[in-house]
Design a protein around this ligand. Structure first.
Ligand code: ADP
Ligand code: GLC
Length: 488
C-alpha cells in the first residue's frame, strides 16, 4: 500500500515530544512490512539543515491567509529514516528558528492558523497529484490538529484516497476565530456545527474528526476516556457520535533507538540477560556524575518530559520535600515547559543540591541517560494518551511510577501482593490525581527497592515486556484496508 504520513514533527529531524517519535517509528515499521511509505512535514529551517539528497519534486500555488503562496515540494532522505521525506517549502511560514509551534518566549506563533491550514492544503494537493511528483498515496494518515484540515480538503476532491486521523493529544485542538476562518478562504459551508465550527470558533482537530474515514487514538484506554465528559475536552459528544469509526491502537516503541543493549548515549550497555545489574550500576554512577551528585545506593527517581499540567509536575514538586526529609530518595529531572513549574523545581534543586539534579532544556542524550541510570521513573500524568517514556523505562529495567490513566493504565502492572506473587508486576500505579497517592506509590516503590531479590524480579519482568510495533503496525494496515460502515 502507498501511505503518506502527514505531521508537524518527525524524529530525528524535528521533535518536541512523543509525536515526533511515533512519526519515525510507525512509518518505519510499515515500510519494513513492505508498504510504500512517505512522510510529509513543513520545511522548517532546522530540518533543511539535517536532511540529505534534497531534490525539487514539484511546485504549486496555494491559498494562504489573504495571500497566495508559491510552494516548492522537496524530496529528501535521512540515514535513519527508511522512507523518503517530502518537505513543504514556504520560507515565509516555516523557515524560522526554534520550536515548530511557539516562539522563543513560549507563545504560539501568531500565524499558526495560516501555517498549518496551508500545510494541510498542500498535503491534500500533493496527495491528489497536483504537484505532479509521480507518486500518489492510497492512504493519507494525518496526525493531530496541525493536519486536521487535510481530510476536509480531500473531501472536496473526487478521489478514493482513504484518510486516517490520529489523535495524539486531544488537549491541543487548533481553535481559531471566525475572522481567521474567513481570511483563510475556507468554504463558507464549513461554518456549521456539523463541520468545523466549534463553540463559536473553528477547530482544525474537529475537521480531522468529521472528514476522516477513520479516527484512531494512541491507546485503547484513551479511546474510552475521550468519549467521556471528563476526558473529552468538549469533544466527547462528537466522539460518541463518531464512535463507529474511532479505535484505540497502542503506540509501539522503536527498540533500535530505545534499547539498553545498543543505546549510543549510555555509559554501559546491558540487557535482561547480560550485565543487567552491573550495567544499571554504572549508568547510575554516570548519571549522578553528570548532575554533580554523589554516587549512592539510595533509590534515584527520574523524570523526563514536557513540564506542563498534563504531566503532573505539580505533584512531583509537592512530594519532593517530604521524600527528601523522610527517606534517602534522590531525584534527577529533565524537561522544559511552563515557567512556574520550572521555577518551583529550580528552587527545590537549589535547596537540596546533594539530593536533586535538574536540567531545564531539551536533550536526547540526557533523556537516554536518565532511562538507563535512574532506579525508577516518575510519570504521574493527569492524563496520558499513550506515553512513551513509561514503555522506554520498562525496557531499561527502570520501573515506572504512573497514574492509572490512558496508555499508562494499558502498559504498567502495579506491584501488589497478587502481581508480585504471580510475577507480573512491572511498576507502581496510583489512582487519584493527588500528591498523597503519588507519595504512597513512591514509598511502596522504595520498600520493594530495598528488597533486592524482589526488586530484581520487578525489573526483569519490566524488561521482558514487548511493546515493539509488530502488533500495532498490523492493526493500522488492517484499518487502512477496511471500509467505514456508516457515516461517510
Ligand atoms: P508527550 O508526547 O506527551 O510529550 P511521550 O511520553 O509520549 O509524551 O513522549 C515524550 C518524548 O519526548 C520521549 O521521547 C521523551 O524522551 C521526549 N522528551 C520530552 N521532553 C524532553 C526533553 N526535555 N529532553 C529530551 N527528550 C524529551
Ligand atoms: C502525545 C501524548 C502522548 C503520546 C504521544 C505519541 O504527545 O501526550 O501520550 O505518547 O502523543 O502518540
Amino acid at each position: 500500500m502507498k501511505i503518506l504520513f502527514a505531521a508537524s514533527e518527525v524524529y530525528p529531524l524535528i521533535k518536541t515530544g512523543g509525536l515526533g517519535d511515533v512519526m519515525h517509528s510507525l512509518p518505519s515499521a510499515l515500510a519494513e512490512l513492505g508498504d510504500d511509505v512517505r512522510i510529509v512535514i513543513p520545511a522548517y529551517e532546522s530540518v533543511i539543515s539535517k536532511v540529505e539528497n534534497i531534490v525539487d519534486a514539484g511546485e504549486m500555488i496555494v491559498q494562504g491567509s489573504g495571500r497566495m503562496h508559491q510552494v516548492r515540494i522537496l524530496q529528501a532522505s535521512h540515514e535513519s529514516l527508511n522512507m523518503p521525506v517530502m518537505l513543504i517549502d514556504i520560507p515565509v511560514l516555516y523557515s524560522r528558528k526554534g520550536n515548530p509551534y511557539v516562539d522563543e518566549n513560549g507563545h504560539n506563533w501568531v500565524d499558526n492558523a495560516e501555517r498549518f491550514a496551508v500545510f494541510s492544503r498542500c498535503v491534500a494537493m500533493l496527495a491528489t497529484g497536483q504537484a505532479d511528483t509521480g507518486w500518489k498515496p492510497d492512504v493519507v494518515h494525518c496526525n493531530d490538529w496541525q493536519t486536521g484540515l487535510v481530510p476536509a480538503f480531500l473531501s472536496q476532491y473526487e478521489t478514493d484516497i482513504k484518510t486516517v486521523f490520529t489523535i495524539h493529544n486531544l488537549s491541543y485542538a487548533g481553535h481559531f476565530s471566525y475572522a481567521t476562518f474567513e481570511q483563510l478562504g475556507l468554504p463558507a459551508e464549513w461554518w456549521s456545527p456539523d463541520s468545523v465550527e466549534f463553540y463559536g470558533n473553528f477547530s482544525m482537530l474537529k475537521a480531522g474528526l468529521i472528514y476522516s474515514h477513520w479516527i484512531t487514538t494512541v491507546s485503547p484506554s484513551y479511546a474510552d476516556e475521550i468519549c467521556t465528559p471528563d476526558g473529552g475536552n468538549g469533544y466527547d459528544g462528537i466522539l460518541n457520535h463518531l464512535s463507529y469509526k474511532l479505535i484505540g491502537i497502542l503506540n509501539g516503541v522503536d527498540y533500535k533507538i530505545w534499547n539498553p543493549q545498543t543505546d549510543e548515549f549510555i555509559a554501559r550497555h546491558y540487557s535482561l540477560t547480560h550485565q543487567r545489574i552491573v550495567g544499571k550500576k554504572e549508568n547510575k554512577k554516570s548519571l549522578l556524575e553528570h548532575f554533580d551528585l554523589p554516587d549512592t545506593s539510595a533509590p534515584v527517581f527520574g523524570f523526563v518530559g514536557r513540564m506542563v499540567e498534563q504531566k503532573g509536575v505539580d505533584l512531583i514538586v509537592s512530594v519532593i520535600p517530604h521524600l527528601i526529609k523522610h527517606t534517602d530518595a534522590m531525584f534527577v529531572l529533565l524537561g522544559t515547559g511552563q515557567l512556574e513549574y520550572q521555577q518551583q523545581l529550580q528552587n527545590l534543586a537549589k535547596q537540596y543540591p546533594e539530593r536533586m539534579g535538574l536540567s531545564i532544556g531539551y536533550s536526547e542524550e540526557i533523556a537516554h541517560k536518565i532511562e538507563a541510570g535512574a532506579d525508577a521513573f516518575l510519570m504521574p500524568s493527569r492524563f496520558e494518551p499513550c506515553g512513551l517514556n513509561q514503555m522506554y523505562s520498562l525496557k531499561y529495567g527502570t520501573p515506572p511510577i504512573v497514574r492509572y490513566t490512558g496508555g499508562l493504565a494499558d502498559t504498567v502492572v502495579d506491584a501488589n501482593d497478587e502481581t508480585i506473587k504471580n510475577k507480573t508486576a512491572t511498576g507502581f500505579v496510583f489512582n487519584k490525581i493527588d500528591a498523597d497517592e503519588l507519595l504512597q506509590a513512591i514509598n511502596r516503590c522504595i520498600n520493594v527497592f530495598k528488597k533486592e531479590k524482589l526488586w530484581g524480579q520487578v525489573c526483569r519482568t519490566a524488561m521482558q515486556q514487548d511493546y515493539s510495533w509488530t502488533h500495532s503496525a498490523h492493526e493500522y494496515e488492517k484499518l487502512y484496508k477496511k471500509q467505514t460502515t456508516s457515516g461517510l
